[in-house]
Design a protein around this ligand. Structure first.
Ligand SMILES: O=P(O)(O)OC[C@@H](O)[C@@H](O)c1c[nH]c2ccccc12
Length: 260
């Protein structure tokens, strides 16, 4: 079993437990369930924003502990002030040290789109994402069939959530394209073996149909990379570790964007 298989196996058990603890009706009664979501597109393309989707990530299977002191409210507010187009908040606890409460806290403190970063395998998690205050959900092609992507994306759209599809190679991209997707993210990290290469974004960009927003994800650590990725058509840049590994991630982003 590779790490992705392990995460998915664990996630299935977690979702089964969550379904018993909190019913769909209770989720729909949440304070955020009926809120109007922000448009991912509007914020990504806004002239006064950077295109950066800034991530709050305490640890990861590939890096171990990245930052276990940073506070989600403070950091996400600083990210937003520094010009983030959206926030990405890990809600997976076991492998990434995230909490569902982190997402709620980020939502409460900010007025830009928030991505629920998790391994979505079940409709329940989509409804839960809306209840927690998310604007965007992530669907990872490597762990979903085309039929599952279609179904989860349609549900997300019906809840007015924006949908980001993550792919790692051309085969995943071609089999997963769906009209309910808003954005395609090319992950520069292979989640099965953790190898990273920004070249992956350059290789896949021309294959992304023009109606979708184009995002480059992971292993971005300098502003020149963003400038180069913009030239070939990328509009969004998902950055986690480069900020989170600093004692003050918000400050780190503030310094970083000076180079853009
Ligand atoms: O920390 P990085 O290398 O800047 O990467 C951020 C983000 O792309 C990465 O955390 C990520 C991309 N896809 C995921 C899927 C699940 C969990 C995490 C991820």
């Amino acid at each position: 079993m590779n790490i992705l298989d392990k995460i998915v196996a664990h996630k299935k058990r977690e979702v089964d437990r969550d379904k018993r603890e909190t019913t769909y009706i209770e989720l729909e009664e949440s304070e955020y369930f009926h809120r109007e979501t922000y448009s991912f597109r509007d914020f990504l393309l806004a002239e006064d924003r950077t295109g950066i989707i800034a991530e709050f990530k305490r640890k990861s299977p590939s890096k171990g502990i990245i930052n276990d002191e940073a506070l989600v409210k403070e950091v996400t507010k600083q990210y937003a002030d520094a010009g983030a187009s959206a926030l990405s908040v890990l809600t997976d606890r076991n492998f990434f040290g995230g909490r569902k409460l982190d997402l709620k806290r980020a939502r409460r403190a900010n007025t830009i789109p928030v991505l629920r970063k998790d391994f979505m395998i079940d409709e329940y998690q989509i409804v839960e994402a809306k209840a927690l205050g998310a604007d965007i959900i992530l669907l990872i092609a490597a762990i979903l069939t085309p039929a599952e992507i279609k179904n989860l994306a349609a549900l997300a759209k019906s809840l007015e959530l924006n949908v980001l599809l993550e792919v790692h190679n051309l085969e995943e991209l071609e089999r997963s394209i769906d009209t309910n997707l808003d954005a395609i993210g090319v992950n520069n990290r292979n989640l099965a073996d953790f190898t990273v290469s920004v070249q992956n974004s350059y290789d896949l960009v021309e294959h992304i149909p023009s109606e979708f927003l184009k995002i480059s994800e992971s292993a971005i650590s300098d502003t020149q990379t963003i400038k180069d990725l913009k030239k070939v058509g990328f509009q969004g840049f998902l950055i986690g570790e480069n900020f989170m590994k600093q004692a003050d991630p918000g400050k780190a982003m503030q310094e970083f964007v000076k180079g853009l």
